[in-house]
Design a protein around this ligand. Structure first.
Ligand code: HEC
Length: 193
């Protein structure tokens, strides 16, 4: 907790700077830009980073929460307990199959079976559950980032993402990560083929 508290001030400062810079280019347009973004609209899609959402008063709180997690990682990495951690199960079929069951038990109710964030228990949450099917393909989705996120959860960023470090052994977290990386394969499917 001390780790994050010390850094949040600096992160908030750098985000404010980002917002001010983005506001300067605000009127130059982008692709498929929505004219009016409804207040509180949770704009979380593959094309979400249209320029018009950047700027004072434009960005929904839910998006700021997500960005704060990402920005914290980019600026400060992860706490020592997770630094440099690597999955022992990359591409391991048994781990992917086990991860499928663990995901169904622990994650599906919010993140949904296809990783599109539309699970029953996630519908009323703000920010809404991450679209894992997309985020897993982004540069930020490295092992240590995913381990930290799943182990420590979202309390420190004011989100409802639970912390699993007391609930799941680290290897089970890696198994879930292997399953998500494999693209949520159906039971009996051969991942990657
Ligand atoms: C109670 C609902 C809930 C459950 C259960 C849940 N999550 Fe989440 N999760 C969220 C919410 C809400 C967010 C978005 C806010 C945030 O990033 O903290 C999120 C964010 C994430 C992120 C961060 C995505 C990013 O872009 O940085 C990852 C990774 C993740 N969840 C994985 C999991 C895994 C794996 C499980 C199961 C072990 C799980 N979650 C269970 C609600 C949930």
């Amino acid at each position: 907790m001390g780790w994050i508290a010390r850094r949040l001030g600096i992160v908030a400062g750098s985000m404010a700077a980002i917002l001010v810079c983005a506001a300067a280019g605000h009127s130059q347009g982008g692709k498929d830009v929505p004219k009016d973004v409804p207040k509180g609209f949770d704009y979380w899609q593959p094309d979400w980073m249209v320029r018009e959402l950047w700027g004072p008063g434009r960005m929904p709180r839910s998006m700021m929460v997500r960005l704060l997690r990402h920005t914290t990682y980019m600026q400060f990495s992860v706490p020592d307990a997770y630094a440099g951690a690597k999955s022992p199960f990359a591409g391991d079929r048994a781990a992917i199959a086990a991860g499928r069951k663990l995901y169904a038990d622990k994650c599906l109710r919010c993140h949904s079976a296809d990783g599109m964030g539309s699970g029953e228990a996630g519908l009323a949450l703000s920010p809404s559950p991450a679209l894992l099917a997309y985020m897993i393909r982004r540069p930020v989705a490295v092992d240590e980032y995913l381990l930290w996120t799943i182990a420590d959860g979202g309390k420190q960023f004011d989100s409802e993402m639970p912390a699993f470090k007391d609930d799941l052994p680290r290897d089970d977290i890696w198994r879930i990560i292997a399953y998500v990386r494999a693209g949520f394969p159906a039971e009996g499917a051969t991942p990657g083929k």
